[in-house]
Design a binder for this molecule. Structure first.
Ligand code: 5GP
Ligand code: MN
Length: 324
């Protein structure tokens, strides 16, 4: 931690970034660290491949996160937050990888250990918890804007203090953030805003797609580009969709098969790029399953990418249920 703080103090232009389709923790960690470094006089740029979901635009400084940068050459340091592997930052991973010093700050058990300096702590409830510790250790004064980001990161990554990663620090830090002016009701009401009509129609299609394995222990649901086009929805917040499949009685593992926007044109007609989100009730280690497909995550929330046809990947995932 000292080495990282010393290094950041001596850096001139710092890039902060996180994973594609950023969630509350990715955003909370990027924004709070950005505000802290800026308050200590550092030149900081925050970059994410995907736009900030509408539900998180209430966060102070959310509009400072850039989706496009002409070049990554000017940075001497990159801080990669909440990413189990450098490739999680998306299409610019190799350019970001060429920044002279990479700092890896994360809490995924499957973290690959990339970067010159790292803090990888799977016991942390959120990457935002680790950023909080860094800010404290560096002697930077926390303000209300930073508090909003840290609180939101911890609240969302612990599923509002309900998931198995909810620890004492989650409560202790959030209590301190409330003391700094965070209004829990304000955050909660922004994070769980009302669904638009197009979202409800999408939800209907996704619920319709649910299939359960013969032994009842695994459920799968599919979200295709056709569904998005038909309803005019954006693929924001897959986490909330998969919860419906996870909450089915007796289900131990739920999988959401998400057909990505096809980025490679050389794929045959029947094959698509899919992102698979996995959630478990805690009795099955889905990080292990995801890792065996080249992905990663936490014991009860993980993901991976595959190129396949929809029917092929559905069959493959349904087959996993035999081992639960
Ligand atoms: P989600 O299913 O919401 O995309 O991700 C669930 C968890 O698994 C998150 O903690 C996320 O960071 C991790 N995860 C999802 N996809 C991948 C992947 O392709 N590689 C790795 N290493 N982690 C992933
Ligand atoms: Mn996280």
């Amino acid at each position: 931690m000292h080495q990282i703080i010393d290094h950041l103090n001596n850096s001139h232009h710092i890039l902060l970034t996180s994973h594609v389709r950023p969630d509350g923790d990715a955003l909370g960690a990027m924004i709070s660290m950005g505000l802290a470094l800026t308050s200590s006089g550092k030149h900081v740029t925050i970059y994410n491949e995907d736009e900030v979901p509408k539900t998180f635009r209430f966060l102070p400084s959310a509009d400072t996160i850039l989706q496009h940068l002409d070049s990554f050459d000017a940075f001497d340091t990159a801080v990669v937050l909440d990413c189990g592997g450098l490739e999680r930052v998306g299409g610019k991973a190799s350019e970001i990888g060429r920044i002279p010093v990479i700092i890896n700050i994360d809490h995924h058990i499957t973290n690959t250990g990339f970067g010159k300096y790292k803090i990888v702590d799977p016991s942390a409830c959120a990457t935002s918890e680790i950023v909080y510790r860094l800010i404290k250790q560096a002697g930077i004064t926390l303000n209300r804007a930073m508090a909003f980001s840290i609180y939101t990161g911890i609240m969302t990554d612990t599923g509002s203090f309900r998931y198995s990663n909810t620890n004492r620090e989650a409560f202790a830090i959030c209590e301190e953030m409330v003391g700094l002016g965070v209004d829990p009701n304000f955050v909660a009401s922004h994070v769980s805003v009302a669904y638009s009509l197009s979202r409800i129609k999408l939800l209907n299609m996704v619920l319709e797609s649910i299939e359960v394995s013969d032994n009842g222990k695994l459920s799968i649901m599919a979200l295709t580009q056709e569904m998005l086009n038909k309803t005019g929805s954006k693929p924001e917040d897959l986490g909330r969709l998969i919860n419906y499949a996870r909450q089915i009685e007796d289900v131990k593992v739920a999988a959401l098969i998400f057909e990505s926007r096809n980025r490679c044109t050389d794929l045959p007609e029947s094959k698509h790029q899919f992102h698979i989100s996995l959630r478990s009730d805690g009795s099955v280690d889905v990080a292990g399953i995801a890792a065996s497909y080249g992905g990663g995550g936490h014991k009860s929330a993980a993901g991976f990418n595959v190129v396949s046809s929809l029917s092929e990947i559905k069959a493959k995932i349904l087959n996993m249920a035999d081992s639960f």
